[in-house]
Design a protein around this ligand. Structure first.
Ligand SMILES: Cc1cc2nc3c(=O)[nH]c(=O)nc-3n(C[C@H](O)[C@H](O)[C@H](O)COP(=O)(O)OP(=O)(O)OC[C@H]3O[C@@H](n4cnc5c(N)ncnc54)[C@H](O)[C@@H]3O)c2cc1C
Length: 228
C-alpha cells in the first residue's frame, strides 16, 4: 500500500488487488472495515476510484477527518488486507461522448481523475472542459496531474475556481461558480454531457445553474458525495 499526500487535508491510498478489479471510470467502491456488520455506515464507506482501470493498482482518495473510518484508513500498514465491494455507480464515462463538461466541487474531483487518466492513456479525442471549484488554492487536489494532462491534450480545458480567498496563481479564477461563469466556459450546450460531482448542496446548486445555461435534465449526470 502506498499513501500520497494530495493537499494538506487530502490523501490518496493505493492498493495492489489480488485479482484485477473491473470498473468503469467514474465508479466507486465501498471500503469495508466492519465486514460483520454491512449496515455499519460509520466503518463501511463509499469512495470513488481516483485511478484509471488500466492501472495494475487501485487508488482511492479521502478528505482526512477525525472519524473512526478515517483513522482506520490512515493506520493501514503495507501488507494489511482490506475488503471492499466494487464496482458501484452508474454515473460513468462513455467513450461515445463527444463533449463533456465536468462541474466539480472539492473532493468530487476523484472520479474525474479516473476518467482523465483513462482518456490520457487511451489518447481519446473527447472534448472536455473541467470547471473545478475549491475554497482555497491549497485545497486544489491533483493540480499537477491536471496541468500535465492539459499540456498534453489540446482537447482538455481546465479552469480552477477559488471561492474564499484571492489565489496567488493568476490562472485561478477568484469568485463563486455563477451562471455567467458557466455560460462563458460552456458557450454551447448542445451535444454536451455534463457531470456534476461533489458535496450534496453543491451538486443541487450546480444542477440548477447548468439547466439555467440551457442544458436539459437528460444531459446532466450527478453524484452526491453524501457524508459531507
Ligand atoms: C458515491 C460516493 C462517492 C464518494 N467518494 C468519495 C471520495 O472519493 N472521497 C471522499 O473523501 N469521500 C467520498 N465520499 C464521501 C465518503 O463516503 C464519506 O461520507 C466522507 O468522506 C465523510 O466521511 P468521514 O468518515 O471522514 O466523516 P464523518 O465524520 O463520518 O462524517 C462527516 C459528516 O457527515 C455525516 N455523514 C457521514 N456519513 C453520512 C451518510 N452516509 N449520510 C448522511 N450523513 C452522513 C456525519 O454525520 C458528519 O456530520 C463519497 C460518497 C459517495 C456517496
Amino acid at each position: 500500500m502506498q499513501v500520497i499526500d494530495r493537499t494538506p487535508t487530502v490523501k490518496s491510498f493505493r492498493f495492489l488487488p489480488q485479482e484485477k478489479v473491473d470498473f468503469t471510470p467514474g465508479q466507486f467502491l465501498r471500503l469495508i472495515f466492519d465486514p460483520a456488520s454491512p449496515q455499519n455506515k460509520e466503518l463501511n464507506k463509499y469512495l470513488s476510484f481516483s485511478s484509471s482501470p488500466l492501472n495494475d493498482y487501485i487508488e482511492v482518495t479521502k478528505r482526512i477527518s477525525q472519524s473512526p473510518f478515517c483513522q482506520r484508513l490512515c493506520s493501514l500498514k503495507p501488507g494489511d488486507d482490506i475488503f471492499f465491494e466494487a464496482a458501484l455507480g452508474t454515473c460513468v464515462f462513455c467513450a461515445d461522448y463527444k463533449n463533456i463538461g465536468f462541474i466539480i466541487g472539492g473532493i468530487g474531483i476523484t472520479p474525474i481523475i479516473s476518467i482523465l487518466e483513462y482518456v490520457a492513456q487511451k489518447e481519446l479525442g473527447t472534448n472536455i472542459t473541467l470547471v473545478y471549484s475549491n475554497r482555497t488554492e491549497e485545497e486544489i487536489a491533483f493540480k499537477q496531474e491536471l496541468n500535465n494532462w492539459r499540456c498534453e491534450n489540446p482537447n482538455l480545458k481546465v479552469y480552477y475556481i477559488v471561492t474564499d480567498c484571492q489565489p496567488v496563481d493568476k490562472a485561478c479564477i477568484f469568485g463563486r461558480l455563477s451562471k455567467d461563469l458557466l455560460a462563458e466556459k460552456f458557450p454551447r450546450v448542445e451535444g454536451w454531457e455534463f457531470f456534476i460531482f461533489g458535496p450534496p448542496k453543491m451538486v443541487e446548486a450546480m444542477k440548477e445553474l447548468t439547466q439555467s445555461i440551457g442544458a436539459a435534465k437528460e444531459q446532466i449526470k450527478t453524484e452526491s458525495f453524501i457524508g459531507y
